[in-house]
Design a protein around this ligand. Structure first.
Ligand code: 13P
Length: 316
């Protein structure tokens, strides 16, 4: 078995259908492993059997996979960022759509170094104000006119650590979509506690309804929004959702979109990424699910070899 982060990876257990990997945390990822510390066999009461999309949503095999790398607050220096970017550049051009979200100070280097590779560059957040006395904010027009094509919005770390509410995320979504050249990756996902009491669907339903309020079906049909399903319990923990769990959540997302837009095409065309401890080892099984259209990758996107393998795995 090919183990990810080869020197340290250790598959400890497969409890309740989960693959639990520990010791695979790369040097950048100071994440919330505390959640599982001392508990190699967490119990998840809600299990999912294989689920298919609602018959009202036509099966759509034309969704181009999209893999994105969220660098979060990494790496610490521009020199390291440039090394990382050159590593990605060496991977050439890809069949899947690829986006990276570096920290703001590295955006311009990313745009320069990755020019010609087809890899898109996006920002990890944007404000909803367009200009004025808003110290520390970034306007969508600044990102668009600098060459960014994507903005990541509603990440669980923004929600939990920086108090971003569904309504403030929605303002950002709308402000970004007002810039014709910007696309949005909107993150949704439940916490461990919510998962355990069976609230996955209702949490994600609310986040989508509030996050996409006022967004037109046309914008969605043009592919300007990608949904990233990131269960909070899977982020940075090494605890990957099983393919069936991801599939069930993605079907729930399509059901909400169908109910919101009453247009099966919107639900069927929407690309939905899974995010949370994705590795080269887990990507293929996840991508084999009919409603998983890509991956949003944190820790593994900081290692060019791993990220390039994930991109490859998203296509093959
Ligand atoms: P990890 O891949 O490190 O779990 O992070 C996922 C994530 O939060 C991407 O946005």
């Amino acid at each position: 078995m090919k183990l990810f982060y080869c020197n340290l990876s250790l598959v400890l257990a497969t409890a309740a259908g989960f693959t639990i990997q520990t010791g695979n945390i790369n040097k950048y990822n100071s994440i919330s492993t505390a959640l599982y510390a001392g508990n190699p066999n967490p119990v998840f009461p809600v299990q999912y059997a294989p689920v298919a999309a609602s018959p009202a949503i036509s099966s759509n095999t034309n969704r181009r996979p999209i893999v994105a790398g969220n660098w979060k607050l990494n790496p610490a220096t521009k020199a390291e960022a440039i090394e990382l970017l050159n590593g990605l550049k060496a991977g050439g051009v890809h069949d899947s759509e690829v986006v990276i979200f570096p920290p703001l100070p590295y955006l311009s280097d990313a745009l320069t170094i990755l020019a010609g590779t087809g890899i898109n560059v996006g920002a990890q957040n944007a404000g909803s104000n367009t200009k004025g006395a808003f110290t520390g904010e970034i306007a969508p027009s600044m990102l668009a006119s600098s060459g960014c094509s994507h903005v990541l919005l509603g990440h669980s770390e923004r929600r939990s650590l920086f108090g971003e509410s569904d309504s403030s995320i929605n303002e950002r979504v709308q402000a970004c979509l007002a810039e014709a050249s910007l696309n949005v990756v909107l993150c949704v996902g439940e916490t461990l506690e919510e998962y355990e009491i069976g609230l996955l669907k209702s949490v994600v339903d609310t986040q989508l309804r509030k996050g996409l309020a006022g967004v037109s079906a046309d914008d969605l049909l043009m592919g300007r929004v990608v949904i990233a399903y990131e269960p909070v319990w899977a982020i940075g923990t090494g605890l990957v959702a099983t393919p069936n769990q991801a599939q069930a959540a993605h079907v729930a997302i399509r059901d909400t979109l169908l109910s919101m837009y009453t247009n099966p095409e919107v639900a069927s065309k929407m690309r939905i990424q899974y995010g949370g401890s994705v590795s080269p080892d887990s990507v293929k099984d996840l991508m084999a699910m009919p409603d998983v259209d890509g991956a949003l990758v944190g820790g593994a996107s900081l290692i060019p070899d791993s990220f390039l393998k994930i991109i490859q795995g998203s296509w093959n």
